[in-house]
Design a protein around this ligand. Structure first.
Ligand SMILES: NC(=O)C1=CN([C@@H]2O[C@H](COP(=O)(O)OP(=O)(O)OC[C@H]3O[C@@H](n4cnc5c(N)ncnc54)[C@H](OP(=O)(O)O)[C@@H]3O)[C@@H](O)[C@H]2O)C=CC1
Ligand SMILES: Nc1nc2c(c(=O)[nH]1)N=C([C@H](O)[C@@H](O)CO)CN2
Length: 234
C-alpha cells in the first residue's frame, strides 16, 4: 500500500491524522522540523519520519529527492506544516510575509510539482489536502501575512485540482478553532468559543474526520471543507 505524506506531523492536527492512518494500517511518511518524543513514537509505530525545515529550499529539494528515490507512488499528500505568526510579534513585516508564504505556499507548491508523478502513479485516485484556514476568505487584522498565505494556499487547491484531475483530487480543509494552544488564557478561550455558533473547541479529531471524508469521496475536488462551527454566520 502506498503511503500518505503528512507535513508537520509531529504534533496536534498532523500527529492526529498520522496516528489515525497508522491505526487503520495505512503507511505514513511524516515530515517534522523539530525533534520531539512524538517523532520517535511515530517511527516505532512504523512511520517513516523525515526532518525538513520548509524555510530551506535545499531541504525541500532533498525531501522530494528522498521520497522519489524510496517510493514509486503516493496515496496522498497532506500539507499541514504551519506557523501562526502575527504582525505584533514580528516588526520585520517583509520577513514575516516571506516566512508565511514560504511555509504555506512555496513548500506545498514545490512538493506538489516535485512529487506529482508519484501521485499519478497511484493505482486508484490519489489526494492532496491543503490545510488552510477559515481566514482564507475573511482575512485577519492580527495575522495579515498568515491569512494572505492561507488564501494563496487555497488558490493552489484550485490550480492543482485542474492540473491533476482526474487521477488526483485536490481540496482545502479550512478550520477555525479546532485546538487551543498551551499558552491560551481562560479569557482568550472564552472569547474564542463565542466566535462560532456551536461554541465548542472540537479537537484534532475533527480534522481526522474531514481527512477521512475527502479520502473516501469520489466526487469532491477543488473544494474547501469548512470546519468552523458556523463562525461565518456570527
Ligand atoms: N489548530 C487550529 O485550531 C487550527 C489549525 N489550522 C491549520 O491546521 C494545520 C495544523 O494546525 P496545528 O496542528 O495547530 O499546527 P501547529 O501550529 O501545531 O504546527 C504544526 C507543525 O508545523 C511545523 N512547522 C512550522 N513551520 C515549519 C517549517 N518552516 N518547516 C517545517 N515544519 C514547520 C511545526 O514544527 P515545530 O514543531 O518545529 O514547530 C509544527 O510541528 C495548520 O496548517 C494550521 O494553520 C487552521 C485553523 C485552526
Ligand atoms: N499553525 C497554526 N495555525 C493556526 C493555529 C495554530 O495553533 N497553529 N490556530 C489557529 C486558531 O485556532 C484560530 O483558528 C482561532 O480563531 C489558527 N491557525
Amino acid at each position: 500500500m502506498s503511503p500518505v505524506l503528512i507535513t508537520g506531523g509531529a504534533q496536534r492536527l498532523g500527529l492526529a491524522m498520522a496516528e489515525a492512518l497508522l491505526d487503520q494500517g495505512t503507511p505514513v511518511i511524516v515530515t517534522y522540523r523539530t525533534e520531539k518524543p512524538s517523532v520517535r513514537a511515530l517511527a516505532e509505530k512504523g512511520a517513516k519520519v523525515l526532518q525538513c525545515d520548509f524555510a530551506d529550499n535545499a531541504a525541500i529539494t532533498h525531501l522530494i529527492h528522498t521520497v522519489s528515490q524510496q517510493y514509486s507512488s503516493l496515496r496522498a499528500i497532506i500539507h499541514n506544516a504551519s506557523d501562526w505568526d502575527q504582525e505584533s510579534d514580528n516588526p520585520d513585516y517583509a520577513g514575516l510575509l516571506t516566512k508565511m508564504m514560504q511555509v504555506h505556499v512555496s513548500a506545498p507548491y514545490q512538493i506538489n510539482l516535485g512529487l506529482q508523478e508519484l501521485l499519478l502513479n497511484h493505482e486508484t485516485v490519489a489526494d492532496i489536502i491543503h490545510m488552510t484556514d477559515y481566514v482564507q476568505v475573511k482575512g485577519s487584522k492580527k495575522h495579515i501575512a498568515y491569512a494572505a498565505s492561507k488564501a494563496a494556499l487555497h488558490n493552489l487547491t484550485l490550480s492543482f485540482s485542474a492540473l491533476l484531475a482526474p487521477q488526483v483530487k485536490v481540496n482545502s480543509i479550512a478550520p477555525a478553532l479546532l485546538m487551543f494552544n498551551e499558552h491560551d488564557s481562560d479569557t482568550y478561550k472564552a472569547k474564542a468559543l463565542k466566535k462560532s455558533l456551536l461554541e465548542i473547541c472540537p479537537g484534532a479529531g475533527e480534522a481526522v474526520k474531514a481527512m477521512q471524508f475527502l479520502f473516501a469521496s469520489d466526487f469532491v475536488t477543488g473544494q474547501t471543507m469548512h470546519l468552523d462551527g458556523g463562525r461565518h454566520l456570527k
